[in-house]
Design a protein around this ligand. Structure first.
Ligand code: AMP
Length: 281
């Protein structure tokens, strides 16, 4: 299939129809652009699950708080198109905000209790914004499968919940976190980091790994291991929003360690918010 790049919903639908008429299975990879190897790994994974991979590129204003980085969020559409095409994406849909939220738009998908914990506690409204846009994009594309990164683990859990609750007939598939050589989870926001901050940033992953090891070994309580980790991160210059052990499936808080669990963290390094998580099995 020839590459389609469009911001127009009808053109998007025409490309999807061409693919469907050929009997091809469709995978969707929703992104906010400023692509990196993490996004491309989702495409690679999607290609193993479907015949046509479509990507959406949309910096969703509804998931940014009033004092967050919507205006300065990196935008790199030309380069994104090249990277996505090279990775095997055949349809790129990059709508304008006025098309997703035209005048008079007033509906929001409220993602329930999961959306007010962890990151939701620090970013009120964020996950409702995510749930709303992902629902709309899934309904516009109606893919067989949609691939999301475990980098945004809470987001992945919320999207699973939303599609189940709203009867959106799509398989939600999670894909593992892609990291830089020094362990830092790839993120479009890493470009915000100064050289000094970039040097310190991998210590977040190190700390998660070491804390996870301590929790699994069970020589200290989970609570003590986490308190030590927060102390260490703070001493290294991070401001910790949270570092918590949660059930991998339900995201319920966990006092003792009962696999499968996930250790999740959100921290600030200067003006940059970083999130990361690891499985504890
Ligand atoms: P974003 O453009 O940040 O909204 O991310 C789009 C998708 O890429 C989401 O499903 C993210 O979880 C995923 N993603 C972002 N960074 C990574 C990474 N380092 N590894 C794997 N997936 C990622």
């Amino acid at each position: 299939m020839q590459l389609t790049v469009t911001k127009d919903m009808e053109a998007f639908h025409r490309a999807l129809l061409t693919s469907a008429k050929e009997g091809r299975r469709l995978a969707l990879v929703p992104t906010m652009g400023a692509l990196h190897a993490g996004h491309l790994s989702l495409v690679e994974h999607a290609r193993t699950l479907a015949d046509t991979v479509a990507m959406t590129i949309f910096v969703n204003p509804k998931q940014f708080g009033p004092n967050e980085d919507f205006a300065k969020y990196p935008r790199a559409l030309e380069n994104d198109i090249k990277m996505a095409e090279k990775a095997g994406v055949e349809i790129i849909y990059a709508p304008d905000a006025e098309d997703i939220y035209p005048e008079g738009y007033s509906t929001s998908v409220s993602a329930g209790p999961l959306s007010t914990q962890l990151c939701g506690k620090f970013r009120p409204g964020h996950f409702d914004g995510v749930a709303t846009v992902v629902s709309k994009l899934l309904l516009r594309a109606m893919p067989h499968v949609a691939v999301f990164g475990e980098k945004d683990y809470q987001q992945l859990c919320i999207i699973r919940r939303v599609v189940e609750d709203l009867d959106i007939a799509v398989d939600i598939v999670g894909a593992p976190i892609i990291r830089e050589a020094d362990g830092l989870a790839m993120s479009s926001r890493n470009t915000y980091l100064s050289a000094g901050e970039r040097g310190v940033a991998p210590r977040l992953y190190d700390t998660l790994v070491n804390t996870g090891r301590e929790i699994i070994m069970g020589n200290v309580t989970t609570k003590a291991a986490i308190a030590d980790a927060i102390k260490l991160l703070t001493a290294l210059g991070f401001k910790v929003d949270y570092l918590e052990l949660r059930d991998s499936d339900t995201l319920e808080p966990m006092d003792g360690f009962e696999p499968p669990a996930r250790l999740l963290a959100a921290v600030w390094l200067g003006k940059t918010r970083l999130i990361d998580n690891i499985p504890l099995e």
